[in-house]
Design a protein around this ligand. Structure first.
Ligand SMILES: [Zn+2]
Length: 420
């Protein structure tokens, strides 16, 4: 997903010409060499687009090397597993906590829908609760990536990498049977963007340009490809763009909009295989793209089985109430911030496909970006610091896990397991 539609709508043709007039320079980036993937060639970045802060917080772990090093050296309680390999040949890693489901079901998920009972699909331990936290489906949406890495830190030590203790996460994780954390599904996209944290660009109407260029890509003249226009070309032909952005993998495919019933990309194949094996109840898919005029974490209603809509309403209330009580929404009033009727709606995408694949309630949460300011509901400026974003990421995971623990998951939800 991407960002700030309100701000984007304000962009005029003239304002888009401004970056074109900037001095462009070439940055040579090494393209992937594996067969079957596109050559990325040389990328264009308008002047200043690769600027980074002098001091990037140590908790902001968001490159494939940093993540893999963290998993190798810091994870002792969880089981680190390479679940797949990206189109560009990079490992896709996960950390597993708790025991996996045992035994097989007797039917497909579709078959379970046909008899209005999920138990025969999930098997003898249908009652088990399984949570998946997912980051980095889009490679430059670093907020969700560092959020999952920090959640792994809390699972291991009780503290995030900023030193904050999270006793509620430590407590709730004991009430969930299985937790699977995938910090970076799209390492190709992440590796392609040579910025870990951009300098803060303020709140002007053009402030989003750098993030958007790095995220969804740019044309050879340095202007944006634009969101959602970038979705018109999947796979993206890297030879026709100035910079592909962090959205696609090295085969040019935006993993949110894969060919789900045809040829799945290897990253999604790994995720789908894991989902079929683990049969999660909830998947939280963390992105960056909070609305500019309400610049706070926002959960999106997925296109999913109708029976899950009321479950989603309850999950939305839980997560947004938690964020509100932590001071991480526009107001301090849960009645305003946690109204599921106001939830944005997703389209047919990865989360919809995951739901239909394994029955999970899979939802996108859009975070604000560390590099841009927005406004609150009343129009006052809002700057989201990396610390605030980190806290927001962890509160979302905490509240979603608490919801799963308290409701008992898919086997207990008012869902297809209820007889008609
Ligand atoms: Zn996204």
């Amino acid at each position: 997903m991407s960002l700030i539609s309100i701000l984007r709508l304000k962009i005029t043709f003239e304002s888009l010409l401004i970056p074109v007039c900037m001095v462009l320079f070439l940055v040579s980036c090494k393209g992937p060499s594996e067969s079957g993937v596109m050559q990325t060639g040389e990328y264009f970045f308008p002047d200043g687009y690769l600027d980074q802060p002098e001091n990037i917080p140590s908790f902001w772990i968001a490159t494939p090397d940093e993540i893999n090093s963290f998993l190798k050296t810091k994870v002792t309680k969880g089981k680190v597993e390479r679940i797949g390999t990206s189109a560009g040949g990079r490992p896709v890693m996960a950390v597993m906590y708790g025991e996996p489901r045992k035994g097989n079901g007797t039917t497909t998920f579709s078959g379970a829908c046909g008899i209005n009972n999920i138990a025969p699909y999930r098997g003898p331990d249908n009652d088990k609760t399984v949570y998946v936290g997912l980051g980095g489906v889009h490679g430059y949406e670093t907020e969700g990536i560092t959020g999952v890495v920090n959640l792994i830190s809390v699972m291991e030590t009780g503290k995030d990498l900023n030193g904050r203790e999270w006793p509620e996460i430590t407590s709730v994780k004991e009430k969930i049977d299985r937790i699977i954390l995938i910090p970076l599904l799209n390492p190709d996209g992440r590796e392609r963007v040579p910025v870990i944290m951009q300098t803060h660009k303020g709140a002007s109407k053009d402030s989003y340009l750098v993030h958007e260029y790095l995220n969804t890509g740019g044309k050879p003249d340095g202007t944006l490809i634009g969101w959602p226009d970038v979705k018109e070309f999947i796979p993206m032909d890297f030879s026709k763009v100035g910079f592909p952005g962090g959205y696609p993998n090295d085969a040019g495919v935006n993993l949110m909009h894969d060919d789900f019933f045809g040829n799945l990309q290897p990253e999604n194949q790994a995720l789908f295989d894991l989902a079929a094996r683990e049969k999660p109840d909830i998947i939280i898919n963390m992105h960056t793209g909070a609305p500019g005029n309400n610049y706070f974490m926002r959960m999106h209603r997925p296109m999913c089985e109708p029976v899950l809509n009321p479950v989603y309403d309850s999950l939305y209330i839980s997560v947004h109430t938690g964020l509100t009580l932590q001071g991480l929404q526009s107001t301090n009033d849960p009645a305003i911030e946690a109204d599921p009727a106001k939830s944005p709606r997703g389209v047919y995408n990865l989360d919809c496909a995951l739901n239909l694949h394994c029955g999970a309630l899979s939802v996108v949460v859009e975070a604000p970006s560390h590099g841009i300011s927005g406004t609150d509901r009343s129009g006052k400026p809002v700057m989201q610091t990396p610390e605030m974003i980190l806290n927001g990421e962890l509160v979302v995971h905490l509240e979603a896990m608490r919801f799963l623990a308290e409701t008992g998951g898919r086997s207990k939800w008012k869902s297809i397991s209820d007889k008609r």
